[in-house]
Design a protein around this ligand. Structure first.
Ligand code: FAD
Length: 348
């Protein structure tokens, strides 16, 4: 696999967003060899799950993205390991995604293999802690939706995941991003993670090893795949839990353009500023490029008004970044990750 030899290409490669610059092309012979490798490994069942030219717009909350050359939704950690081993053996690059709620995928699509951890890798179980009756451990696989996990916890009278009730990501994506809202984030509840390394090794990490920071975790630099997560939650009055979730839901519905496809807040919060306020003060609310628009309801959101392309979104985001830099001297960093052919060597 080849990467663009730009500084940004190097950074993204390191950050695992590697993936895919316009310069990378994967020969159809490599795809054939990958299929054959899985069969040789005794994984005909897994080979049968592969889909070619899968439209990625069906798997992203922004509803944009061209085809992935080859695509798979594994249903257990062993399948992830086998997919990685086979792709490594034949030199096929891969990209790992969850629920696609923090991604813009190129209109030109993606080279290589896309592994998506979704509903087929979604399982939750809980265990009491005999020495501490107020604490319950939750074990869940990475494809589990955060909304489902938060609702499971709430129904069981367990507190800690109320903030996550409206975040449309998978558990793995939420650990990777250290997703958060309303002054809480994943670092407060994640106790252990089982990951799969790029060489297909299973590794167990404790909470302290995960290097959580603002929208940051160790998986952004060490390229590991979050497969299984152990969370610690505490018993609380179910009515109070429901009431906190209700308050957060009302806040979201009031302030966010949830009726339009988007990937949530487009930018990270710059120290000392509110992104939405900066964009609004710059007069950019409602500005459009093609079908992409700065939301009238929340200027920190870029929305797809119906027929946006990834290119429209990227162009609008560049315009916002340039304007804010010129007007206020503030560099807005993208929180949403732009992936696929043509993107990785350009994106900040
Ligand atoms: C309407 C809306 C509201 C939102 N509100 C919030 C919010 O309040 N707070 C917030 O933090 N975010 C919010 N988001 C953004 C998004 O939901 C989160 O960033 C979420 O954690 C992304 O998870 P995902 O599974 O969709 O990841 P994806 O978008 O699929 O992937 C994002 C990144 O995570 C990596 N990744 C995914 N799964 C794994 C895994 N198992 N192991 C390793 N790496 C992985 C991918 O490689 C990629 O680089 C919002 C999005 C929308 C559309």
């Amino acid at each position: 696999m080849k990467f663009a030899v730009t500084k940004e290409g190097e950074r993204l490669k390191k950050e695992k967003n590697i993936a895919m610059s316009a310069e990378i092309t994967v020969d159809s012979g490599v795809i054939k060899a990958f299929r054959q490798k899985l069969i040789d490994m005794g994984r005909k069942d897994l080979e049968a799950k592969l889909r070619e030219d899968e439209p990625m717009k069906a798997h992203t909350s922004f509803r944009v993205g061209g085809p992935a050359q080859i695509y798979c939704e594994p249903s257990e950690t062993g399948e992830i390991i086998d997919l990685i081993s086979a792709s490594k053996a034949v030199g096929l690059p891969f990209f790992l995604m969850g629920n696609g709620s923090n991604l813009v995928i190129s209109d030109e699509g993606m080279d290589g293999l896309v592994i998506r951890l979704g509903e087929s890798f979604s399982d939750i179980r809980s265990e009491d802690v005999p020495t501490d009756p107020d604490t319950v451990r939750i074990y869940a696989t990475a494809g589990t939706l955060l909304t489902r996990l938060s609702s499971f916890a709430s129904k069981a009278g367990l507190s800690g995941l109320e903030f996550a009730s409206g975040i449309p990501g998978s558990l793995g994506g939420a650990v990777f991003m250290n997703a958060g809202a309303y002054d809480h984030d994943m670092s407060e509840v994640v106790d252990k993670v089982v990951s799969v390394s790029p060489s297909g090794e299973r590794i167990t990490w404790s909470g302290e090893d995960l290097q959580f920071g603002y929208r940051k975790s160790r998986f952004m630099t060490d390229e590991g795949i979050v497969a299984e997560v152990e969370l610690v939650l505490h018993r609380d009055d179910p009515q109070e839990i429901s009431s906190r979730i209700k308050t957060y839901t009302e806040k979201r519905t009031k302030s966010q353009p949830l009726q339009f496809p988007s990937a949530g807040s487009m930018f990270k919060r710059p120290t000392g500023y509110y992104t939405g306020a900066l964009i609004e003060q710059a007069g950019l609310k409602g500005t459009s490029v093609g079908g992409a628009q700065v939301s009238e309801k929340h200027a920190g959101f870029v929305i797809n008004t119906g027929n946006a392309t990834a290119h429209d979104i990227d162009s609008l985001v560049r315009l916002i970044q340039k304007t804010i830099k010129e007007k206020f001297g503030v560099e807005l960093e993208r929180e949403v990750r732009f992936i696929g052919r043509g993107f990785s060597s350009e994106v900040k």
